[in-house]
Design a protein around this ligand. Structure first.
Ligand SMILES: Cc1cc2nc3c(=O)[nH]c(=O)nc-3n(C[C@H](O)[C@H](O)[C@H](O)COP(=O)(O)OP(=O)(O)OC[C@H]3O[C@@H](n4cnc5c(N)ncnc54)[C@H](O)[C@@H]3O)c2cc1C
Length: 491
């Protein structure tokens, strides 16, 4: 315990040192700083039905990210203390133990986290310990972008316009220099939280693909703005190319902040004006993240409820076999199966392919978008409480600013258009690698000789399609027509 009462900084989805308003304020207060992370699986607000614990892939990421944060905080003299349990009682007890004067944290604009914060504030106030919250992980607070009824905007383009009209967000804050921490505070070990898979250890692909942590996030952003952003507006749709930033899991865990990205991108555009079109497109994608988060703020049950109630009557099929085939990359549509393999191996999937696989599940298989959303929640390292359900609802047609339900992605044409040489499919479905580009997205159209030449035995080395594209499309449109007619007669 220190004789000068310290400030505790409570880390959550902000696992970084730079542009961390709570840490910055604590470091400038001239008192010892204690950094705390609470692994909270017990606060009622963070449990179903209000919220979901992170899925397996996200838990793996969290462990790596905390390790990285521990190392960087150790270097500046304020080792990270790890504690487990319901945040209010853990923080209350810890603050008394540390003789703290106050607890600081960054806000998370999500109802379950706000409910936990209210409990923490009550416990601290009861014990006469101060608390202070700082702006969180958004470019603009939800309160700053509202319609006339005081609700969040449901259409992206006006939302994005309003966000831009607010001007640049505040400049990012620097990381603190040396801190005076507090000695001898007991900490859990990360291993005791069992965040990483052991038997079986399925995380080899994640380890091969990612390097979680703030330094890696910053390096990725710098490399993307230096070498990757030129041509982004077109390349971002090509899963066979490395045409996007790959920042989403770093953003999800707050290893980098949106305003750091915003300002770095604006600086790059000012420095190299020919890139400004690509950079504007990149920033508008960051705008989609913001849009999804604002939507979640207004609709906390976004992963459970159709935003358009007419979809409550949608005749979803209960077909566990088809769902399993989709999850295990056995649909017989190469672009879909390649995406599902990429997801399983690396914990992410290219955005274009996310749209194709989601559309396939919801439309060709007529399986409820919530089943796909939950699978993504378990398997994505960037699984996000806002972006995941908002995008699933967008694809399903039930969401905000959604793609019309009758627009059914054709998985063959999508493959041919966005993976024209078949390089993406060859990478993730190597059993088809020897098929020529003209056949790789529809192997069932190959002659027996062509299949034999490529070593493919349909139904044996690679599945035949589990649903015929045209029949699946017609079935989906018929189902949609039923709910549309039903909602028109009820008007
Ligand atoms: C069905 C479906 C589910 C999705 N689930 C998630 C999810 O759980 N978490 C998640 O972060 N993204 C999700 N996305 C959005 C998108 O696929 C990923 O953000 C993107 O693939 C991440 O790659 P990147 O970082 O290279 O993106 P870039 O193209 O480099 O974009 C920069 C950043 O903008 C944001 N962004 C880009 N596209 C979107 C979008 N459509 N919606 C919201 N934010 C976006 C991300 O934060 C991304 O890191 C989903 C999309 C679909 C169609």
């Amino acid at each position: 315990m220190t004789s000068v009462p310290p400030i505790i900084v409570w880390f959550r989805d902000d696992l970084r040192l730079s542009d961390h308003p709570a840490l910055h304020a604590a470091a400038n207060a001239g008192v010892p700083v204690i950094c705390l992370y609470v692994h909270d699986e017990e606060s009622p607000a963070l449990k179903p039905p209000s919220a979901r614990p992170p899925g397996g892939a996200a838990r793996w990421w969290l462990a790596q990210s905390l390790r990285s944060l521990q190392a960087s905080l150790g270097v500046i003299g304020a080792p990270l203390v790890l504690r487990k349990g319901p945040a209010a009682s853990v923080i209350g007890k810890f603050a008394r133990e540390a003789n703290a004067r106050a607890v600081f944290w960054n806000e998370i604009a999500q109802a379950p986290h706000q409910a936990v914060v209210r409990e923490v504030e009550a416990v601290l106030a009861r014990d006469g310990i101060g608390s202070q919250k700082f702006p969180g992980d958004l470019l603009a607070a939800p309160a700053n972008i509202r319609n006339k009824e005081g609700r969040c905007l449901r259409v992206f383009t006006p939302f994005w316009r309003r966000l831009q009209m607010l001007g640049d967000p505040p400049k990012p804050l620097p990381a603190p220099g040396k801190l005076s921490g507090a000695p001898n505070l007991a900490s859990d070990t990360l291993e005791s939280w069992h965040l990483e898979p052991v038997a079986p250890d399925w995380a080899a692909g994640l380890r091969d693909t990612w390097n979680p942590g703030e330094a890696s996030a910053q390096a990725r952003l710098a490399a993307f703005l230096e070498n990757g952003v030129a041509g982004y507006a077109g390349e971002r749709d090509r899963p066979d190319r490395d045409g996007t930033s790959n920042l989403s899991p770093h953003l999800r865990f707050g290893e980098i902040s949106p305003r750091q990205i915003w300002h770095a991108a604006r600086f790059a555009a000012a420095d190299r004006p020919p890139l400004s079109g690509d950079i504007d497109k990149f920033l508008s994608e960051l705008g989609w993240r913001e849009f999804c988060r604002h939507l979640l703020f207004d609709v906390p049950d976004l992963s459970k409820r159709n935003l358009q109630p007419s979809f409550d009557a949608f005749p979803w099929r209960h077909d566990p076999g088809a769902l399993r085939a989709w999850q295990r990359a056995g649909t017989g549509y190469p672009i879909v199966d390649a995406g599902m393999r990429e997801l399983w191996h690396s914990g992410v999937m290219h955005n274009r392919v996310r749209m194709v696989v989601a559309s396939f599940l919801v439309k060709h298989l007529l399986i409820d978008w919530r089943c796909g959303e939950q699978w993504f929640w378990d398997t994505l390292v960037d699984a996000d409480a806002g972006s995941n359900p908002a995008n699933w609802q967008w694809v399903a047609g039930s969401g905000a600013d959604a793609a019309p339900y009758f627009r059914v992605f054709n998985p063959i044409l999508q493959g041919q258009k966005f993976d024209p040489d078949g390089a993406y499919v060859r990478r993730w479905v190597p059993e088809l690698a020897l098929l020529p580009a003209g056949l790789i997205h529809q192997p069932w159209t190959a002659t027996p000789l062509e299949l034999a030449g490529a070593g493919v035995e349909l139904g044996n080395t690679y599945p035949t399609p589990i649903v015929d594209h045209r029949a699946g499309r017609e079935r989906a449109l018929a189902a949609y027509t039923r709910i549309r007619n039903a909602s028109m007669t009820s008007v």
